[in-house]
Design a protein around this ligand. Structure first.
Ligand code: AMP
Length: 395
């Protein structure tokens, strides 16, 4: 696995795929610089080597050229984060872009226009990738968020750099973290799967069930398991076509000696609203007209005990409807337990969608070992799939 540390970039132009798909407000100002900061170590290492950086990214989902998705809007934010004046060219291929690259000197940074202004980008067009490849000596992929896409800039372009391609430090860290959890993990390993539906997590369960010692299940998917086991779930979220699947998972876990932990009590509400009436009941005794929206205190305690003895922890998905204050407690308590275990030496990885939002919202981001930057890419990695953007660098 080649990373930027295997290259000396002196007098080289690095063509770097970054993920600068950042949120903008109505005045086109960047409202969250996390993704720009995440790419900084790679860019700085290359500049310090005496090289220059050509940054390419997408922003949003434009249909052709759409001014509001121009990457020119983020030049100031990138300049501020890097501490280096960033140059911009309003195309990402062709004569204008090639000229801007030719004029680039060591220590300088050039940002190309939005790759998705060309439909060839998402189509993975080889000709377009070849045009991109003219814009650098070494190809660096540092965009984990798009590594599961076989787009021109994330995957196809790599073939034009047979010996000069590598991972940036962000992408390398993502790969290492997943490996540390799934393949080179210190036992016991605990995976916490929450979120809304069993159907969106089944791929993960199937891939990890043999690799982990404990699986904690929470969130909306709880009730498909509880119903399958014969419990009363009232009006809770359920996937009736996944009841057998839930039983199959429990059976498989038993065969593989993996312990599955389900909530024993839940916070129920008489409406899907923060203002609803609530009570705490046993998970399998939810009255009609009520729905489970968070796990209860006994469950939090039980989950915390499992987490406290874990040496490796993977967290994907909230344990309740954390967006509503009254149903956030289970998710917060879980975050506390993971933070404590991490402090005592466990390795904890938080990844995939809403758990990342929860971790940031409740201030746990600095208290876990690693927070992944890629939603879909993380999910596919946890499902055991080889991501095309990663494969293209390795092969
Ligand atoms: P996912 O994207 O699959 O991780 O699902 C995250 C969503 O699941 C969040 O928006 C939560 O509000 C939601 N969720 C968590 N617990 C429940 C629950 N008990 N009932 C309904 N939705 C839930």
């Amino acid at each position: 696995m080649k990373t930027i540390n295997d290259f000396n970039f002196e007098n080289k132009k690095a063509l770097i795929r970054v993920d600068f798909n950042v949120p903008l407000n109505d005045a086109f100002e960047v409202t969250d610089i996390t993704r720009i900061e995440a790419a900084k170590p790679t860019i700085i290492k290359i500049l310090e080597d005496g090289g220059s950086c050509v940054l390419m990214s997408h922003l949003g989902r434009p249909k052709g050229v759409e001014e509001r998705y121009s990457l020119k809007h983020i030049v100031d934010a990138v300049t501020e984060v890097l501490g280096v004046q960033v140059k911009f060219v309003d195309d990402c291929v062709g004569a204008k872009a090639e000229e801007a690259v030719a004029n680039l000197e060591s220590g300088e940074v050039l940002l190309l226009e939005n790759l998705r202004f060309y439909p060839e980008e998402t189509a993975g067009d080889v000709g377009f990738a070849e045009r991109l490849s003219k814009l650098g000596d070494i190809y660096v992929n540092d965009a984990f968020g798009t590594a599961h896409r076989a787009h021109a800039s994330t995957t196809i372009v790599a073939q034009f750099f047979p010996n000069n391609k590598c991972f940036g430090s962000l992408l390398a860290k993502e790969i290492e973290s997943i490996d540390k959890v799934l393949n080179n993990s210190e036992k016991p390993v605990t995976a916490i799967l929450g979120g809304a539906k069993v159907s969106s997590k089944i791929g993960i369960v199937e891939n990890i069930i043999e690799k982990v010692d404990h699986i904690i299940i929470g969130g909306g998917m709880t009730f498909t398991f509880i119903k399958a086991l014969g419990g009363k779930i009232g009006n809770s979220l359920v996937e009736d076509d996944k009841l057998q699947l839930a039983l199959d998972i429990l059976k498989l876990a038993k065969e593989k000696n993996t312990e599955i932990h389900l909530p024993v009590d839940v916070v129920i509400a008489d409406a899907f609203s923060n203002d609803a009436n609530t009570q705490i009941v046993d998970t399998n005794e939810i009255p009609d007209g009520w729905m489970g929206l968070d796990c209860g205190p006994k469950t939090s305690e039980k989950f915390a005990e499992v987490i406290a003895k874990s040496k490796t922890i993977l967290w994907n998905g909230p344990l309740g409807v954390f967006e509503m204050e009254n149903f956030a407690k289970g998710t917060i308590e879980l975050g506390n337990a993971i933070a404590e275990a991490t402090e005592k030496g466990a390795f904890s990885l938080v990844g995939g969608g809403d758990s990342v939002a929860a971790v940031k919202q409740f201030g746990f981001a600095d208290k876990v070992s690693y927070v992944s930057t890629g939603g879909g890419a993380m999910l596919e990695s946890l499902e055991g799939k080889t991501l095309p953007g990663i494969e293209a660098i390795i092969k």
